[in-house]
Design a protein. Structure first.
Lengths: 373, 373
């Protein structure tokens, strides 16, 4: 009990550090957007993103920054209920694939120049894989259809493990974080957390995950509905929600988001599981939402609703539903472009100067002036 | 007349080279997608893109390829009618900005590792800018509200200039092309071409361009409607449509697309003007559509309709409406990831092998096997 209190205080201290965006830096970025050589507003949400990045960073965001996706991996006891298309063992096997560099997240990250950190927050079997960060809170969550997924203390430990990853990232000089995950059964846990926190019907938030047929989908909805009925999680107590029907990686991602926000690091949110962690983080601390950057719209059915609820508009529409952080890593490129636009695009004034130089050299007539008219 | 015929034959020879996709290569890519370590189909349209790239290339697409955006620049006589928010001089000024490296397209391309080629196909004033490829068919198109935008011979010359750019790109070892443009007044010409070819009402295809108010928008619609009424372009004669109500850069982009397709080079289509060129290319040669890769959904109002008409679903939704090729260059990253997924992701079999090695080293229990079960 006392350990629980200490950890809850530790968490609270992080949450209290999460402030609003820097309005001055945002105004400066917005003003810059308006003098760059393009019709005002013509870069659309790329401009909004640049302004958000400035607001997070407290100044124009740098270019050529280090970036990292943190892939939180854990198992789910609720797989006992037959809610997943894949057996639970695949979590460990995919963690090995991540360290081998052969998974989608590795390939996406290689193209994007993004570092991949794999964290075992609770894979069922302790494989002690080389290259995997080991913060095993518990050997997989318990079956939340029968009992709480984890104790409140364990939920806090997973949250703090995520916060610790954000701290390390900041110390490593990482400027942008992305959320990733692996855990057979984790769309089920995410649906339960989303339903508990948002109040949406389970039929709206439970989807096909890695590929369920109609019958199994109905079964999955029933499992989630029954679990919520049994535990009656209090939506005003997000830690309680995580411990009753959540997952270790969902809790760790929630911590990662809070930790990133507390250090003014933008965090790119992947698909449904990551989005659920973002929702949980925002429920714990409403300021956290300013640090969230959307990425792609997942094909998992609850994701669009979740993004709407968080008022995030995903940038990339490719119908992906893989998780691991793949969508978030894709969107890193958009952040890099937004930062570069702010710092490297010529202003109308710059362009007029360079134009005049061209004029002198090339004897261009007066027709070539006048962009600002 | 004889010169016109020669050029028409030259164009026809290119069109005849444009074949369908390589079905065998596509099947091979599709089969590979299904054995990679991910739930089948879970990368959504990223998988379709990988399959399309294989079908174009005739085998798995390479990684780390050279890529280029070709920015076709030209002026439009129809600006005399007051249909643009910017004066015509800005075309030349922006071309100078492109060569100076300060425009949005330069910044986007720098982040994406994309080469920028700027082509003067008909800027009004001959600035002979260093770094700009000069194929000045004509010093800007004529005001198509009063007379044809250009002669049929000039339209052919612009088309062939684009084809020539594709040839040079192929010889330079470019593996993917993107379309870009600059031309004050070119959303007006594009709207007219789109309306002529698709039969859509002008009110549906004419948008605000770089930023018209309601009154000017209505005027722009009126100008386009009156021009179509006067010229009555034949939708079955795309060259005729280009010459009557098109633009030099639209014709050149059409040629670039046809040239790319004839050399089995995928071509990423930017926004409204580029989309109009794609439509024109497809009307000239229906096989050309297989080589088109969509990029972003532009905020220019006719673009969604245009993409629908071409059965292209844009991947990136950022509300941009700048042109220059900015959206297309953003999407290059997606192509690179798609190619890399095909070549670099581990198969289930690979992963089992690497898993067994981990087992030996780490004494992992039997629970860690079984991804294919």
């Amino acid at each position: 009990m006392s350990e629980e209190k200490t950890k809850e205080q530790e968490l609270q201290a992080i949450i209290e550090k999460i402030g609003p965006l820097d309005e001055k830096a945002m105004e400066k970025a917005r003003a810059r957007m308006d003098i760059l050589t393009k019709p005002q507003g013509s870069l659309g949400r790329m401009e909004d993103l640049a302004v958000q990045l400035a607001g997070i960073h407290g100044d124009f965001f740098p270019v050529d920054f280090r970036k990292r996706v943190v892939v939180m991996a854990a198992d789910h006891g609720v797989t006992e209920e037959g809610i997943s298309a894949y057996p639970s063992e695949v979590t460990a096997q995919m963690a090995a694939n991540f360290t081998g560099g052969g998974a989608a997240i590795n390939v996406f990250s290689r193209q994007g120049g993004v570092e991949v950190e794999v964290v075992d927050v609770g894979i069922r079997v302790d494989n002690n894989l080389p290259g995997v960060k080991r913060v095993r809170v518990k050997a997989g969550s318990d079956n939340f259809r029968r009992r709480p997924a984890m104790s409140r203390l364990e939920a806090l430990e997973a949250l703090l493990a995520g916060i610790e990853c954000a701290r390390e990232a900041a110390e490593d000089g990482i400027k942008v974080l992305a959320t990733g995950e692996m855990g057979i059964g984790n769309t089920t846990a995410s649906s339960a957390v989303m339903a508990a926190l948002s109040g949406y019907e389970t039929s709206l938030v439970v989807g096909r995950g890695a590929g369920l047929d109609d019958e199994k989908l109905l079964h999955k909805q029933k499992v989630v509905a029954e679990a919520l009925d049994m535990h009656k999680p209090d939506p005003k107590d997000p830690i309680g929600v995580l411990s009753l029907v959540g997952g270790l990686e969902i809790a760790a991602l929630t911590g990662l988001i809070l930790g990133a926000a507390s250090r003014r690091i933008p965090v790119v949110i992947d698909g449904f599981i990551s989005g659920t962690a973002a929702l949980t983080a925002v429920e714990m601390c409403s300021n956290a939402r300013y640090y969230l950057v959307p990425s792609h719209l997942s094909a998992e059915s609850g994701h669009a609703l979740l993004m709407d609820y968080l008022n995030l508009q995903p940038y990339i529409h490719m119908g992906m539903r893989l998780g691991e952080g793949t969508g978030a890593v894709l969107a890193m490129h958009l952040l890099e472009v937004a930062a570069r636009v702010t710092l490297e695009m010529a202003t109308f004034e710059d362009a007029r100067v360079s134009n005049k130089e061209v004029e002198k050299e090339e004897e261009v007539g007066s027709e070539s002036r006048g962009a600002e008219q």
